[in-house]
Each structure stands twice: as C-alpha cells, then as structure tokens.
Design a protein around this ligand. Structure first.
Ligand code: URA
Length: 232
C-alpha cells in the first residue's frame, strides 16, 4: 500500500496523522540571521573594573601565604586621578599596622623625596608590588609577587598614570620582568605599556646608604624632566 492510500485509510478511521513540517530551504535561518534575530545569546560584555571592586577583592585576599601572617592588606593610597604613580616593594611593620603604604621612617624620607621635586603625597598614588607584609620584612618570594601583581596591574590600568616611579630593586625587577641589578636599571627611562618608568633607590636603602642619595636625586630629576617633556 502506498503512503497516500495508507493516510486515506487512517483518516477514514478518524485517526489524526501528524506529519513533520518540511521547512523550505529559504526559511531556514543561517547562523548570522540567527544572531540578527536574537535567537543566539550575545557574548557577555567584559565587566568594567572599578577602584571599589578592586579594593573589595584585595582587602580579604587569601591567594598566597602572606595572608597568614599579615595584620591587614595595604591596598595603596593617594590621589586616584594622579599623573604620578609611586610603586614600592611591600608593606613593613608600620604599614601592616596602619593599612597604609610608606608610613614608617622610609615613608618620611619618601615624602621628602617627593617634596624635593615639588610633589605633595596627595598629588601621587602610592602602591606596593605585594599588598601584605612579608614576615620579618624579608623580600617577597617570586610566587608571592606573581600572585599579587595582577592587583598592581589593575591599579595601573585604573589610574592611567603619566609616569611611574619604582622604588628599589625588588619592585623594579618585578615590574620590568628582569634580573638586572638596580645599578643598571636606574638612570634610564623604561616603558611599561606606553608609560615611562623611572627606577629610584628605595628610601629604606637610602636611610642606610647616604652615598647613593646623590644618585637618587639625579633619578628624581630625571623623572621630573620626563614628566615635563610629556606634558609639553
Ligand atoms: N617599603 C615599601 O616598599 N613599601 C611600603 O609601603 C613601606 C616600606
């Protein structure tokens, strides 16, 4: 029995027969049409980063072992619209207690160094490579630096500084991804993305080594001149 005759029999018996609908070729949606007709979901837009979102992540961070010995994280402080970003190594004891960067003896000298080139602390943003104090002020370990660095890079992306001053060997090597000694890194203009980076001796080191203060002064003047050249 052919199909048409079979259907006629079934209909005569009062049985509804459902046939698959054949969609004509021109009615079938191609993938671009499907997107245009909102059949497929559009890709999620990248979330926009904010200072508040970033700080809310940093404050309770437990991504590395430094969280076990810190009192609190030290996010960074200063002017979030600053042209100048100052980057240190990591919090010391005073910073760990107060939750603010560079508030001990080295911080006092940093304030003086900034004043020497005409900057108040509230005209710059100050942050560290690691946000938690390493026990007994030891150098942060490479794994601690790599774990924490994305926070610093997000701070840089939010601030968009015109110039970055990096304090000391550990911060300079971490930021510039190099093993070069500080004697080779200072006295030059480096670049990170499009921003100039000047390496200056760490104020804690300068407190111990007065002889290098003159070099630090030269580097600060280089930073100021570089900034003036950018501003035109
Ligand atoms: N040394 C640093 O590198 N950062 C601080 O915040 C304090 C001391």
């Amino acid at each position: 029995m052919d199909n048409t005759t079979r259907l006629q029999y079934l209909e005569a018996m009062g049985i509804d027969v459902w046939l698959p609908r054949v969609v004509p070729v021109q009615e079938q949606a191609s993938v671009p049409d499907a997107i245009a007709e909102n059949i497929l979901p559009e890709p999620e837009p990248e979330p926009i980063d904010t200072w508040e979102a970033l700080q809310a992540e940093v404050v309770p961070c437990t991504k590395c072992d430094l969280c076990k010995t810190r009192t609190q994280t030290v996010f960074g402080s200063g002017n979030k619209n600053a042209d100048w970003m100052i980057i240190g190594e990591g919090p010391g004891q005073n910073e760990d207690q107060q939750g603010l960067p560079f508030v001990g003896k080295a911080g006092l000298l940093l304030t003086e160094m900034l004043r020497a080139i005409g900057l108040d602390r509230d005209e710059v943003f100050i942050a560290n490579v690691v946000k938690c104090r390493p026990p007994a002020n030891r150098d942060p370990k490479p794994i601690e630096i790599e774990t924490c660095k994305p926070y610093l890079l997000r701070q840089m992306a939010l601030l968009k500084p015109k110039i970055i001053v990096v304090l000391g060997r550990v911060a300079a090597q971490a930021l510039l991804n190099t093993d070069e000694p500080i004697s080779k890194l200072r006295g030059k203009i480096h670049a990170l993305n499009d921003e100039p980076v000047i390496v200056v001796y760490h104020p804690a080191y300068l407190l111990r080594s007065l002889l290098d203060k003159r070099k630090a002064w030269a580097d600060l003047k280089l930073a100021l001149q570089t900034y003036k050249n950018i501003k035109g």
